[in-house]
Design a binder for this molecule. Structure first.
Ligand code: NOJ
Ligand code: CA
Length: 701
């Protein structure tokens, strides 16, 4: 459903006054543009009369052609207002208001006789703008050397950041002043082998900042299509951020043909952290979906042959050989290593568990030949995506899963050999559909082929889009790992259920992991662009359970793992732990069984990046509400008002940390309490260090 309410257009032709401005619909934000002495285009943005962004330059550097940096004349300025109410295919809320004031500035370079347009959209919660290049005689093809978009900040803000890296976002966050940003801090906590860091003062977006006077500012991008990822280069002395695009092997950034546009550059701003999390500006800047039929796109809760691989109980590979040549191996003649996880028997066990506990789907990793030799070889033919190992019976499992009303989720690890995946995509998707699979988890671990390309470059951005478009033809939903971070494209491609593109729970299985604050920062950073497959729900928290010598653990209490199903928004959520671990804690597991993955309403009750988050959400298919509260490494008590609830009386079940629990010493101690509450009441939550609380609220008539 899409309702467009209003559109007014005012055209100012032949502008002499070189300052133009628009205000946000609520008049709090003002965006001004003007020409500098060199005829560069500058913009600034203020909120309640105070600058958020000081005068900042806009422009693009081209290869072997005059730049779009200066020498501009403002040709026309067209302003308009837009209001629309639309319903996402799935999401946090039933309907989204898209309301902005727009200013389209047409710039002309008289010497080059060229035109560039910059469109600004000012919402109550921030600004989006992008460059547009109409078809013109003097500009058909061009190569972008660099984009020179500036974000001049007003001070040395507190910043939640990860180092700029062309190939990975899998870092823990550093919190520092802008002046203190240095990628060495980030590098120390990064265990992924592919890294391509342009310099020590580059950071990734979404970048979350807080000014000394309490203003929250988030910079990111929306609708990243046919263009590389934008990073920010930090001027540590003057607090000016400048865009830097992911390069290719020639150090070029983007190859463009008119008519074309860049993605939107976004600045979300509020004096309330909660409003940053409820902003829908990035989604609103994306185009409505063109998919005619979306009925096949369904949120899902799943389990998988997965954590057992990460904790080392089982292996992805079937045999212990190396130097695999895909076509030359007779898989049936190999001696199995006895640890292979993706067997028919094991998959049936997972299907049974899923059916018994109401899960939609089971992911199976390590089902296809090639895992013996999958990583670190930078070779082309790693997987063929259609040949199962001898002990994985695709036909039998399709029948079995169907009989239990459970879906299987296909896994396509490409090992970053993307040319190979592109070539085999039709065959791979046909194989999926022939065997009843509707969803795929893709993966891009390693160094990209075509060699010289990066995960975040224009070529790869186009690959991810190509996969989504092809997947739509086959009615396949996609959950992509090691792909580009989200920019709200799930409005346009609702079959893109989630991406990983951040440091997920898996790091806790085999590394120093993610500190307790990690999940309180992710919603303000990575999730600003869209959902992540974080894989919460780990109940066996310390890894010495599997390997006595292991010092690794999830930095959490068990109750916090439950709360993450509410504080992390995703239409695809995994219950990541082993079925046998859930069977040890079936009373706590009832929360995971019941928690939905699709919502009709969301209230961000309290939030502070790096400290805590409390969110309430309403189930799309019932009148039940759910609350998730999480804290960082500190114990915190909260008073939560229930006045947002629509009816008067609720029976609630609270899953909380035991009084003596904490993430380090007693992470698996929890209590479950049942209460009757009224909506005019407050409830009190006591969160342990690294802890959380999860609540189910059912209305009583
Ligand atoms: C990394 C992914 O994030 C993880 O979920 C997957 O199991 C491995 N790659 C293997 O594909
Ligand atoms: Ca990963």
């Amino acid at each position: 459903m899409r309702l467009i309410f209003l559109l007014i257009i005012i055209v100012n032709l032949n502008i002499d006054i070189h300052t133009q401005q628009i205000s946000s619909p609520d008049s709090k934000l003002i965006l001004k543009i003007k020409l500098s002495a060199d005829n560069e285009l500058l913009y600034n943005m203020s909120r309640d009369g105070k600058f958020v962004i000081r005068d900042s330059k806009l422009g693009i550097d081209l290869l072997n052609q005059p730049d779009f940096l200066n020498g501009f004349k403002i040709d026309t300025v067209v302003t308009s207002n837009f209001t629309e109410l639309w319903s996402p295919v799935w999401g946090e809320v039933d309907s989204i208001l898209n309301n902005y004031h727009q200013m389209v500035v047409t710039l002309f370079q008289p010497i080059e006789k060229r035109t560039m347009i910059i469109t600004f959209r000012l919402f109550n919660d921030g600004l989006g703008f992008r460059y547009e290049f109409p078809v013109q005689d003097s500009l058909k093809y061009f190569t972008v050397l660099e984009e020179n978009t500036q974000f001049a900040l007003t001070g040395d803000h507190k910043t939640f950041w990860i180092p700029g890296d062309y190939d990975s976002q899998e870092y823990t966050y550093s919190t520092s002043l802008l002046s203190e940003i240095h990628s060495d801090i980030g590098k120390n906590v990064h265990e992924i082998s592919v890294k391509s860091i342009p310099g020590d003062n580059f950071v990734q977006t979404p970048l979350m900042m807080k000014s000394k006077d309490g203003l929250y500012i988030n910079i990111h991008e929306a609708a990243l299509l046919n263009y590389p990822v934008m990073y920010l280069e930090v001027d540590r002395n003057n607090f000016v951020l400048k865009s830097h695009l992911c390069p290719d092997a020639y150090d070029n950034k983007a190859y463009m043909q008119t008519p074309c546009t860049t993605p939107w550059r976004t600045i979300i701003v509020s004096d309330k952290a909660e409003e940053i999390l409820s902003s829908k500006m990035i989604l609103n800047l994306n185009e409505p979906t063109k998919f005619e039929d979306v009925s096949w796109i369904k949120p899902k809760k799943y389990i998988g042959i997965w954590w057992n691989l990460h904790v080392g109980i089982n292996s992805w590979n079937y045999a212990d050989i190396n130097n695999v040549k895909l076509d030359a191996v007779d898989w049936k003649s190999l001696t199995p290593n006895g640890k292979h996880g993706a067997t028919t028997v094991n998959t049936k066990r997972y299907i049974d568990f899923a059916a018994k506990h109401g899960f939609d789907a089971v992911l199976v990793e390590g089902w296809d030949v090639g895992w013996e030799d999958w990583f670190g070889k930078w070779k082309e033919e790693v997987f063929d995506f259609v040949t199962p190992y001898p002990d994985f019976d695709v036909v039998e499992l399709e029948k079995y899963a169907k009989s239990k009303n459970v879906e299987l989720i296909m896994h396509h690890e490409t090992s970053a050999s993307v040319t190979n995946y592109d070539r085999r995509l039709d065959e791979a998707f046909t194989f999926m559909k022939d065997h009843g699979y509707n969803s795929v988890k893709t993966g891009y671990v390693g160094k990209i082929i075509p060699r010289g390309e990066h995960h975040d470059g224009q070529w790869m951005v186009n690959h991810y889009t190509r996969v989504l478009e092809k997947a739509e033809k086959y009615k396949i939903m996609v959950n992509s790992h090691e792909s580009v971070r989200s920019t709200g494209l799930h409005r346009t491609y609702p079959n893109w259920l989630a991406a990983e593109a951040a440091r997920g729970n898996e790091f806790n299985a085999w590394s120093i992991g993610n500190p307790p604050e990690h999940e309180t920062i992710l919603p303000f950073t990575r999730f600003m662009g869209g959902p992540m497959d974080y894989t919460p729900g780990i109940f066996q928290i310390k890894m010495d359970y599997y390997k006595p010598e292991s010092k690794y653990q999830v930095h959490t209490t068990l109750a916090k793992q439950l709360a993450l199903y509410v504080t992390i928004y995703s239409p695809i959520q995994m219950a990541a732990d082993l079925p046998e671990n859930y069977e040890r804690f079936l009373d706590a597991f009832t929360f995971i069984e019941q928690v939905p993955v699709n919502w009709s309403d969301t209230k961000i009750l309290k939030a502070e990046p790096g400290d805590y988050i409390i969110i309430a959400r309403k189930d799309k298919d019932s009148d039940n509400w759910y609350i998730g509260a999480i804290t960082d490494e500190l114990a915190r008590d909260f008073e939560v008002k229930l006045d947002f609830l629509p009816v008067d009386k609720y029976e609630i079940t609270i899953y909380k940390d035991a009084p003596d629990s904490d993430w380090e010493k007693n992470p698996m101690k929890y209590e479950i309490e049942k209460l009757s509450v009224k909506k005019n009441q407050k409830i009190y939550l006591e969160l342990a260090p690294g802890g959380g609380t999860a609540i189910i609220l059912k209305p009583v008539n």
